[in-house]
Design a protein around this ligand. Structure first.
Ligand SMILES: Nc1ncnc2c1ncn2[C@@H]1O[C@H](COP(=O)(O)OP(=O)(O)OP(=O)(O)O)[C@@H](O)[C@H]1O
Ligand SMILES: [Mg+2]
Length: 388
């Protein structure tokens, strides 16, 4: 089974071809009883039991708009949507060619595709519309079943891509990205329960805002990490929020950094935050970066430990989303969670940010579980939503 997956929820335009087995149907298909795989899939028959099947990427193309938004220090939705519009068809073409799915006349070989998958929620409205309208049109034109995939579910399934070992259920996943900070519990590939969420800012957003205060470039995660590598993480003591249960809060940490920078620069709290960077030495920027990064990681891991205590039956702990690329988080997680009798999973770094490979992977497991495709004519785009 081959899936063309499309992702355009924020500022990356991405397309991938994911190829997966249908375990319990393989024999039948080989015997030639069912040659029309798309129709088979469309029926949504339950074709596998939880935990089986495997899929791999045949291609995974990502065109990022980061260079455009570095200039502005953040994403401008209107500009993002226009850039998606320019990139989406060339990106899909490249996904076909890198997967070796071009016909001799240079056209995409749609006979080799069994389904189309696309992110429809959550994300920026204009950005989501470009991907979904493209996917809907292609599904109708080429008569393929269409699967609408939740973006956070895709982030979680990035852990299945090129994994040496697959996660086992029940699992706990910490989704940490530019827009979300959530702990999601899964009993199997299809069940999702949000057991913790941020009450205000997402942790990735907090990295981006702190970077802005310190005069570091967008996106803030990698630039704060780079600056922090030369800094003293113990230099500035930053507070941990006192939030009950498994919920998070990151806006207080961002404000704490702002106040500490103002204090260090000896200016009042009314001083414009965008001018503070001019008052800091390189050493101060490095120390603030290291102290902030350490505190953010501690806050995240404290909650994961709490979640493990609440759900002792957990067999795998997964990290997902852009912030899961963070090197120090990876090291600290291995160190602080090694007492737990479950495996720790991080996606390969190239799959932690937005990409379509993870969308195809999530769709693959949805298809295996018998999920019915969406009618392309009535596919809904939902900018903000909880996980399905
Ligand atoms: N090494 C890193 N350390 C910390 N944060 C990082 C790192 N690399 C990227 N990030 C952060 O990850 C975020 C981007 O992640 P991602 O692309 O998954 O988010 P998004 O797609 O914009 O949001 P969402 O997935 O919630 O819709 C940015 O906030 C960025 O600063
Ligand atoms: Mg994302």
């Amino acid at each position: 089974m081959r899936i063309l997956a499309i992702e355009s929820s924020c500022d990356e335009t991405a397309a991938a071809i994911v190829e997966g087995e249908i375990p319990e149907r393989a024999e039948e298909l080989e015997k030639g009883k069912n040659t029309k795989k798309s129709k088979e899939i469309e029926k949504g028959e339950k074709v596998k039991k939880s935990g089986r099947g495997s899929a791999k990427l045949k291609s995974n193309i990502v065109v990022s708009q980061i260079d455009i938004f570095k200039e502005y220090g953040g994403v401008i939705p209107e500009v993002a949507a226009r850039s998606h519009l320019e990139a989406v068809l060339p990106v899909i073409d490249k996904a076909f060619s890198e997967a070796g799915l071009k016909l001799e006349n240079g056209k995409n070989n749609w006979d080799e595709i069994d389904a189309v998958a696309v992110t429809n929620t959550p994300g920026l409205l204009g950005s989501l519309l470009v991907g979904t309208l493209t996917a809907r049109t292609m599904a109708i034109l080429h008569e393929k079943p269409l699967y609408a995939v939740h973006h956070l579910k895709s982030h979680i399934f990035s852990n299945w891509i090129e994994a040496e070992k697959l996660p086992e259920f029940p699992l706990i996943s910490l989704v940490i990205s530019g827009g979300h900070t959530q702990i999601i519990r899964m009993e199997d590939e299809e069940s999702f329960e949000i057991v913790g969420t941020t009450l205000d800012d997402a942790v990735g957003e907090c990295f981006d805002k702190v970077a802005k205060i310190l005069g570091l470039e967008y996106p803030g995660g990698p630039s704060v990490s780079r600056a922090g590598a030369d800094g003293d993480a113990e230099k500035y003591k930053l507070p941990h929020p006192k939030i009950e249960g498994l919920d998070f809060s990151f806006s207080g940490l961002k404000t704490a950094v702002l106040r500490a920078v103002q204090k260090e620069a000896k200016v009042p709290i009314s001083y414009p935050s965008h001018e503070l960077k001019n008052l800091l030495t390189e050493k101060q920027v490095d120390d603030f970066s290291a102290s902030f990064e350490k505190t953010a990681i501690e806050i995240l891991l404290e909650k994961v430990k709490k979640a493990l205590k609440m759900y002792p039956e957990t067999r795998s702990i997964l990290f997902a989303g852009g912030v899961s690329a963070n090197e120090n988080l990876r090291k600290m997680a291995e160190k602080t969670l090694n007492y737990a009798s479950c495996d720790i999973f991080f996606p390969k770094r190239e799959f932690s940010g937005d990409n379509a490979g993870m969308v195809g992977m999530a769709a693959y497991y949805e298809i295996l579980s018998g999920k019915k495709p969406t009618d392309p004519r009535s596919l809904k785009v939902i900018p903000r939503s909880e996980i399905a």
